[in-house]
Design a protein around this ligand. Structure first.
Ligand code: ADP
Length: 499
């Protein structure tokens, strides 16, 4: 149960006291009353201070209400005092209110009831003040503790208030110093907000100077507010120097890294180019002696073929076969090198037309293996270079016919589908398939998974295909399983109109 309310009732008139006490008891069920009838009682009560509120008459034989009021307030400034009298004048009332009187009730028959109301109102006011004071203390504590600078300035830009963190950030002792040294352009920020429509608030990263001249980065949040009708600028200032420095360092690092990557790429490209030029010229130069070997071997075969014994005939035929292989290899190498060097133009290319051309060129292989080729038409138009696309598809399709187990008739299915802005062309065979682990390597030059005896080839066909597709801005890939056929795909940018 709450402590009883302790009231001093100061009145020389016993029946008045009784009436007041009766009314008080009606309002406050829990009440202790001390009745004061002379100076000694009053002195003792003041000395003990065991009361929460004072109700006093003005006219007393031994004192008067004003003196009582002043004495109580002198000792207990917060203690509510209510004056209940029929003798006081208006001047006395004014005087008493100035000295801190909480309420003034006239002693008239129907006014007694107002005394407890006045007491309750005074007590509630006291409680509100106490709560406000506590809040103020907590707020002040927070303002002092936070690491963020908090300030308020008026519409001239003059700083009115600032917390310790704000002063610390700027290296000053008082808001005035910030005004004098013009460390913060509060007027400027105020004007910026005035030009905005509500909510008038903004956040910006600013570089500021401390009193000692050193610079720091801060996140400044400003808001336009009105306090009792007067416009003010409220602001928060947060030190973000470390973050900012890290950002700057990161930007510099990224810039140097990008530069180094560009340099490296350029170096690599130059080396690659030099290597490919070398390959090209070597391949080119090898061709002439090779043609001579081939030519003379052919002559020997024609002139002496019939007179040679079977062993020597075999030697000669192997020379010719190997010269042929070497020629194919050189020709593939030259194609591969040229792919990098020539400038290419991209244009709409009909996949149907390109495939017709490719199939016509592969006709001898198709015939030899009795291959079945199914093309699902219509095929779309892609953005590519016709010549390069033909080279790419010849290599992929030749493989689809070639890498099929003995005695199996090759079946190749070709179709296309749309993938976003790209067309994917599929070439599916019923061949020997490719182990998942080797599917990436086969696009590198000279990668062959079989011996020449099993399947002939140079190992450059898919390298040509990949380089060609890359130059067209597309992609190439394969889905396959050993023994279950392969599906090669190429992806190229689509063209809306059809040819
Ligand atoms: P080549 O055909 O001259 O051997 P490629 O670069 O065209 O060289 O192909 C590299 C290797 O990839 C081939 O040797 C073969 O082992 C494998 N390969 C390519 N296409 C297929 C396919 N359709 N089915 C099975 N294996 C394939």
């Amino acid at each position: 149960m709450a402590n009883p309310l302790q009231v001093l009732v100061i009145d020389d008139n016993r029946s008045d006291r009784a009436l007041v006490i009766r009314e008080l008891r009606r309002e406050f069920s829990h009440l202790t009353v001390q009745e004061i009838v002379d100076a000694k009682d009053f002195e003792q009560a003041i000395a003990k201070g065991n009361f929460d509120v004072v109700v006093t008459d003005y006219q007393l034989g031994w004192s008067d209400g004003l003196k009582i009021l002043r004495t109580v307030k002198a000792h207990y400034p917060r203690c509510p005092v209510i004056m209940f009298t029929n003798t006081g004048t208006e001047e006395i009332a004014v005087e008493a209110l100035k000295s801190g009187l909480d309420d003034y009730v006239l002693k008239q028959p129907n006014r007694y009831i107002r005394v407890p109301i006045a007491v309750r109102v005074a007590l509630e006011r006291l409680e509100m003040h106490q709560r406000a004071a506590l809040l103020e203390i907590r707020l002040q504590g927070l303002l002092n503790q936070v690491k963020i600078g908090i300030f308020r300035s008026n519409s001239d830009g003059t700083l009115l208030e600032a917390n310790p963190a704000f002063l610390d950030l700027l290296g000053i002792e008082s808001p005035n110093q910030a005004n004098e040294l013009n460390l913060l352009d509060t007027l400027g920020y105020y004007k910026q907000l005035m030009e905005q429509s509500p909510p008038q608030q903004q956040e910006q990263e600013v570089q500021l100077q401390r009193r000692n001249g050193s610079l720091f980065w801060a996140l400044l949040t400003t808001t336009l507010n009105t306090v009792e009708g007067v416009p003010v600028l409220d602001g928060l200032l947060e030190d973000i120097t470390e973050r900012k420095q890290a950002e700057i360092a990161l930007q510099q690092l990224t810039a140097t890294l990008e530069m180094r990557i560009r340099d490296r790429t350029a170096q690599l490209e130059a080396t690659n180019q030099a290597l490919e030029e070398f390959t090209y010229s070597v391949s080119h130069d090898l061709r002439a002696p090779l043609r001579i070997i081939y030519g003379f071997a052919q002559l020997l075969l024609e002139d002496l073929g019939e007179s040679l014994n079977s062993e020597h005939l075999g030697f000669l035929q192997r020379i010719i076969a190997n010269a042929n292989r070497l020629d194919a290899l050189i020709s593939d190498l030259l194609t591969y090198s040229r792919l990098r060097q020539t400038d290419i133009s991209l244009e709409p290319v009909s996949l149907s037309q390109v495939l017709e051309n490719v199939l016509a060129q592969l006709e001898p292989d198709i015939q030899a293996r009795q291959a079945q080729i199914y093309v699902e038409k219509p095929l779309p138009v892609v953005r590519a270079n016709r010549f390069i696309l033909i080279q790419v598809l010849i290599n992929v399709l030749a493989n689809a016919i070639k890498f099929v187990a003995d005695k199996i008739q090759p079946h190749v299915r070709i179709w296309a589908n749309q993938r976003g802005k790209y067309i994917r062309l599929w070439i599916q065979d019923n061949g020997i398939g490719i182990d998942v682990k080797q599917q990436q390597q086969i696009f590198n030059p000279f990668t062959r998974l079989h011996s020449e005896e099993e399947y002939s080839g140079t190992g450059i066909g898919l390298a040509i295909a990949r380089k060609g597709i890359e130059r067209l801005g597309g992609k190439i890939g394969v889905e396959s399983q050993s023994g279950h056929g392969s599906r090669f795909w190429i992806e190229l940018p689509t063209v809306m109109e059809s040819l």
